[in-house]
Design a protein around this ligand. Structure first.
Ligand code: HEM
Length: 487
């Protein structure tokens, strides 16, 4: 989309009306932010430092290029934004997410978003997710076997392997694809996912590239188009094959085995009303988001239990008690209900590292926030989650990694907007139950078979883990752990 003159005026006005908010000056910001944000390196620490510096006030302003971001530091303002029906449209930088996540729920706005949300949500219901556990377990067990056989006693970055496991599990449960692993389209798709993520990071670090005609003349445009085409071609092919298998009699799609998300969507009235393009957008969205967030959460979990052997021991005790004598038996949906400690570790991972750390909304009209801050039309209202998640009021001793903060008795009285790993309100995460189901299954399958340690020179405490912003949160220079077979 090109910037239109009235939009330019709006952006100038937003900049003028927020000038009394504190925040880094343009020169300071351009120098420091461009260096810091480049490739996501340093951006995590930079935004956290800005939040700390301005913690006394309700908000600070961060202008980069033509984009005016107002970062909210008070829970009350965050609650207001996430629950206001007029503030459901995503911020301008989400458009750069489209090649990565597709034109789906995460980026759409208005009536189109509402229609899609209605079509997608029922197909991620717990009753459906139960049937995904076998696939999650199979892919996690395959990863465990690979680590047992080829990496025993070795130190390696486990994030890419967690990524391959998550991608395979997500492709199977979202698309129901029986496509063989050596299929050229599938291989290209799996390679294109991280490439699309890199494009997104480069564009958001250089906001002038968010203007389409500037981006179209940039050196990255050719590869961007290539990556986008690969993601689209594979997704469209799977949808086409399913529809062909269903026949052309105008009836709703009735798969014999209703196992995957796409099967459920296609066989519902709301899903069948989506065009092929819309369906492809949703499938791409779910695959991209589910893969990257699951990969980062699982690898941060493994890193944390490698650093904190006491926590690993408690997870292991719980997993071995649940699985019983045969530790290599498949994890079942019933087992998951008994993995309460493991679930608390994941909840703390999501608090401590804030795996999806940033979300933002576009302000469509002048709004006065509960704190009194005026958010003018055209500004972007942003939440940097690590700031909320390290608030000592809600989380005493916030830099301590403590899963027991999530024991029911310790959650009592906590502000409902103090902990938002999956956001909240109308645009909360539709995949949170999917994520927890995958993560607990994968953790049980891995910890049952393997032990993890940090190598010499690695972090001694979770607070020493160097984080980077890579759409989601990841570990700078890789999640390097030493892997040992248990049996
Ligand atoms: C631990 C893993 C995950 C975390 C931490 C997470 C977090 C989030 C957050 C914070 C948002 C709101 C973003 C915003 O407002 O900009 C969100 C939205 C979303 N998530 Fe997740 N997510 C996770 C896993 C998943 C999975 C597995 C799926 C799909 C199966 C998924 C699908 C989505 C979608 C489609 C949206 C957009 C919803 C809308 O705008 O209506 N997420 N997620």
């Amino acid at each position: 989309r090109s910037l239109l003159p009235d939009e330019v005026l709006e952006l100038v006005r937003a900049r003028r009306l927020t000038r009394d908010l504190p925040g880094p000056g343009t020169a300071d910001l351009l120098f420091r932010a461009l260096r810091a944000v480049d490739g996501g390196r340093g951006a995590y620490a930079f935004l956290s430092a800005l939040c700390r510096r301005h913690a006394a006030g309700p908000a600070f302003r961060f202008c980069l290029g033509h984009v005016t971001m107002v970062y909210l530091l008070r829970r009350e303002d965050v609650e207001f934004v996430l629950t206001s029906p007029g503030l459901t449209n995503k911020a301008v930088m989400y458009s750069a997410l489209e090649p990565f996540v597709g034109r789906g729920l995460a980026t759409l706005g208005g009536e189109e978003w509402r229609r899609h949300r209605k079509a997608v949500t029922p197909s991620l219901h717990l009753d459906i997710l139960r049937h995904f556990v076998a696939a999650f377990d199979r892919h996690a067990a395959a990863l465990a076997t690979r680590l047992q056989q080829h990496h025993h006693g070795r130190t390696l970055d486990v994030a890419p392997l967690c990524g391959e496991c998550a991608n395979a599990a997500v492709l199977e449960t979202v698309m129901s694809t029986e496509v063989p692993d050596d299929d050229a389209g599938k291989l290209a798709f799996l390679e294109a996912l991280p490439a699309a993520q890199r494009h997104y990071m480069r564009r958001t670090a250089r906001p002038w590239l968010l203007v389409d005609w500037v981006f179209a003349h940039s050196g990255q445009h050719g590869d961007y188009v290539r990556v986008q085409r690969i993601l689209e071609d594979f997704t469209e092919r799977i949808i086409r094959e399913k529809k062909q298998a269903a026949g052309d009699d105008g009836e709703l799609y009735r798969p014999r085995k209703r196992l995957a998300f796409l099967d459920h969507v296609l066989s519902s009235a709301e899903g069948a009303a989506l065009s092929d393009d819309e369906l492809a957008g949703e499938v791409k969205t779910l695959v991209a988001i589910a893969s990257s967030s699951s990969m980062d959460t699982l690898s941060l979990f493994l890193y944390t239990v490698a650093i904190r052997q006491d926590i690993q021991e408690r997870v292991w005790q719980e997993v071995s008690a649940v699985l019983g004598e045969d530790l290599s038996r498949p994890v079942t949906p019933e087992d998951l209900a008994h993995l309460g400690y493991t679930e608390r570790v994941f909840k703390e991972v999501l608090r401590f590292y804030s795996v999806v750390p940033l979300f933002a909304r576009r302000c469509p009209a002048d709004v006065v926030l509960p704190s009194g801050v005026l958010a003018p039309r055209g500004c972007q209202l942003a939440v940097w989650l690590p700031h909320l998640h390290r608030d000592a009021d809600a989380f005493p001793d916030p830099d301590e990694f403590d899963p027991d903060r999530f024991l029911p008795e310790n959650c009592r009285g906590r502000h409902p907007f103090a902990y938002l790993p999956f956001s909240a309100g109308a645009r909360n995460c539709v995949g949170q139950r999917y994520a927890m189901t995958f993560l607990k299954t994968a953790a049980a399958a891995l910890v049952a078979r393997l032990r993890f340690e940090v190598p010499d020179g690695g972090p001694r405490s979770p607070r020493d883990v160097p984080l980077i912003l890579n759409v989601t949160t990841a570990v700078w220079k890789g999640t390097r752990v030493t892997v040992f077979r248990r049996t």
